[in-house]
Ligand binder design. Structure first.
Ligand code: PLP
Length: 364
């Protein structure tokens, strides 16, 4: 038998299945007019001010980036009202999740998370050879008390995607507080707020920063990939007390956030008008989807994010294939263990209409 070269955890990793890129559909189907509603990107793209700033940053890519993200750190710290040492930046919040696994998980630890949820939590646990306790959702939403009941002295990390991916459902302030209160002293709650900005008006959405400032064991994750429209740049960040941030910084690669991303994010953050416009467009598209899904008799989870989780009542892989032929890319539910469901990103009004038209044709 050939000896195993890699660590055992690597053999158990389930590969990440990304949304199908537009270019791939172009190649495979010979289509030119394709819309992608598969990866929860902002259909408006980035702010023009961010694009201008990135263009001029391109002139300086001969130099290494500022590894400490000094200017970006100042800008985000000011935006949030925290000290700069409460932040750690990653090439997407994906990288922050990876760093959290590497920095905090060791032999004998376990991880508590929901099922289905964002795949990278399980990946981080598996990589570190720590078991993941999966708590099924209860009618699309987190069963926070069941999660709390699974926490033991061995639990090191509890992951909460808020809102959840793929269902788009939210955990409230009091629910997160209940979970925090049940954490053992050595455990950390990771509250992944990738879609935070879509919920600024929700009074019951967790106000989590005070927990960080009180010194609780909590890491908030935010990203520039969603409402800021900068997914291609790869930039996310963690907010936590400095004792936690310091360990993440120790495992972070020296130049993990490139200089164009740093420049783009600073300008994007300053353009809150674009954020507001994106939020409004998303809310309108969401209500359009709701009314169309109601009309088509398709059950869905009310969403607090920029996508909707819908039961197509048919094999969603088949529907996906049929939609691809019509130039529409969505995300199938089988990868989340729900074969008749699909996750559809809210696009521009004309994209949403095109998706609904194609879906109606396919389901007929
Ligand atoms: C809940 C959640 N967390 C994190 C991410 C990763 O985002 P990023 O692009 O910042 O790596 C996503 C992306 O879809 C997500 O849905």
């Amino acid at each position: 038998m050939t000896p195993r070269l890699c660590r055992e955890g690597i053999l158990k990793l389930r590969p990440y299945i990304p949304g199908k890129p537009i270019e791939e559909v172009q190649r495979e189907y010979g289509l030119t007019d394709i819309i992608k509603l598969a990866s929860n990107e902002n259909p408006l793209g980035p702010s023009h001010k961010a694009v201008e700033s990135m263009k001029s940053a391109c002139e300086r890519v001969g130099l290494y980036p500022d590894g400490s993200c000094f200017a970006l750190r100042q800008a985000v710290a000011e935006h949030l009202g925290v000290e700069p040492d409460y932040l750690s930046f990653g090439a997407g919040s994906d990288e922050c999740i990876h760093e959290i696994g590497v920095a905090f998980l060791e032999d004998g630890d376990d991880v508590v998370q929901a099922d289905p949820t964002f795949s990278q939590y399980e990946t981080a646990a598996t990589l570190m050879e720590c078991p993941c306790r999966m708590i099924p959702l209860n009618s699309y939403s987190y069963d926070v008390d069941a999660m709390a009941d699974r926490i033991t002295e061995r639990t090191k990390l509890v992951f909460v995607a808020n809102p959840n991916n793929p269902t788009g459902t939210m955990v409230t302030h009091t629910q997160v507080e209940r979970l925090l209160d049940r954490l053992p002293e050595r455990a950390i709650l990771v509250l992944d707020e990738a879609y935070h900005e879509y919920n600024v008006d929700r009074p019951d959405f967790p106000k989590a920063l005070p927990w960080v400032l009180e010194g609780r064991n909590i890491v908030l994750l935010r990203t520039f990939s969603k409402i800021y429209g900068l997914a291609g740049l790869r930039l996310g960040y963690a907010i936590a007390k400095p004792e936690i941030i310091r360990f993440m910084e120790q495992v972070r690669l020296p130049f993990n956030v490139n200089s164009v991303a740093q420049a783009g994010a600073i300008a994007a953050l300053a353009d809150q008008e674009h954020v507001e416009k994106s939020r409004k467009l998303n809310a309108e598209g969401k209500h359009y989807f709701y009314s169309e899904f109601d009309r088509l008799g398709l059950p869905y989870a009310p969403s607090d994010a920029n996508f909707v989780w819908v039961d197509l009542k048919k094999d969603s892989r088949w529907v996906f294939g049929e939609l691809l032929k019509r130039g529409v890319i969505i995300r199938t539910g089988d990868i989340f263990g729900c074969p008749t469901y699909a996750r559809v990103t809210i696009g521009l009004p004309e994209e949403n209409q095109r998706f609904i038209g194609a879906l109606e044709e396919v389901l007929a």
